[in-house]
Design a protein around this ligand. Structure first.
Ligand code: HEM
Length: 249
């Protein structure tokens, strides 16, 4: 009987999350970005959510940089997004972004708590969180970047799209190949691999739920989206309404 070839860590992750990737890709919020119906007012709130999530990932990653498995896939110079998100928040909110950009989505709180928990109790699982976010940003994120540039009429600089610019990586395809090679060289057993795949599915589910929060927020607003971005007073109404939606739930 022929021996059954076991999948590499990367192939296990990729096939393990295929269904969730499709769901994330086809969600209403993702599609609203791709179709250009998302406004700067909505996108900046989304960035405020991502800010908390990436701060949690990057803090947990830094704490575990010497960890025997996670440390093998730790590429802070190439990956880190917090600085880029700060640049984008300043672009969309202005100089007072630190006071104005506040996470409000219930999913963000749960997602951040989970990242912190695995950072403390099982750092190998941080590999799944980094894979889902950074590799996604490098892959489909490139298409999202071009859509935003077109729909928000952004110039050719990084203004408003710094989040998607990995300026420490010369060739994304080569980097991905190198990264997956490092991932595949990690020594974990079948149970740990199963746990890693389950964590990647969980990370995808947090992202899908966050998109749902964002979509609920747009739906409950019942304001014509086109008017929000061009009128600062509506932007304020939009933000306050978002706050009240989630503080009452
Ligand atoms: C419009 C939305 C999206 C599009 C068009 C898209 C598209 C793609 C494409 C074309 C690839 C394959 C790239 C390659 O083979 O080099 C990819 C990979 C990936 N995407 Fe997405 N994606 C989207 C949303 C997302 C979201 C929301 C996430 C997670 C939050 C995500 C996570 C990933 C990951 C982790 C990979 C790496 C797969 C691997 O090679 O192992 N994607 N995406």
């Amino acid at each position: 009987m022929a021996a059954v070839e076991s999948l590499s860590i990367h192939d296990s992750l990729k096939t393990g999350v295929a269904k969730e990737h499709e769901e994330a890709e086809n969600g209403i919020f993702t599609q609203s970005i791709m179709k250009g119906t998302v406004t700067p007012a909505i996108y900046r709130q989304f960035l405020a959510e991502l800010y908390e999530i990436y701060k949690a990932i990057e803090e947990a990653a830094e704490l575990n940089k010497e960890h025997e498995t996670f440390g093998m896939t730790h590429f802070p110079t190439e990956f880190n997004r917090v600085g880029a998100i700060e640049k984008d928040l300043e672009y969309y909110y202005g100089a007072n972004w630190k006071e104005e950009a506040k996470s409000q989505a219930p999913t963000t709180t749960k997602y951040v708590a989970r990242i912190k928990e695995v950072g403390k109790t099982n750092p190998t699982l941080l590999i799944a969180h980094c894979y889902v976010r950074y590799l996604g940003d490098m892959s489909g994120g490139r298409q999202i970047k071009y859509k935003l540039m077109k729909h928000f009429n952004l110039g050719s600089s990084d203004d408003g799209i710094a989040f998607f610019v990995f300026d420490q990586i010369d060739n994304v395809a080569h980097f991905k190949e190198y990264y997956f090679g490092r991932m595949n060289s990690i020594n974990i057993d079948d149970d740990q691999l199963a746990e890693l795949v389950a964590e990647a599915k969980k990370a995808f589910q947090f992202n899908i739920d966050l998109f749902k929060d964002m979509n609920d927020f747009v739906q409950k607003m019942k304001l014509p989206q086109e008017n929000i971005s061009s009128d600062p007073s509506k932007m304020e109404t939009f933000y306050n309404h978002f706050k009240s939606l989630f503080s009452s739930s």
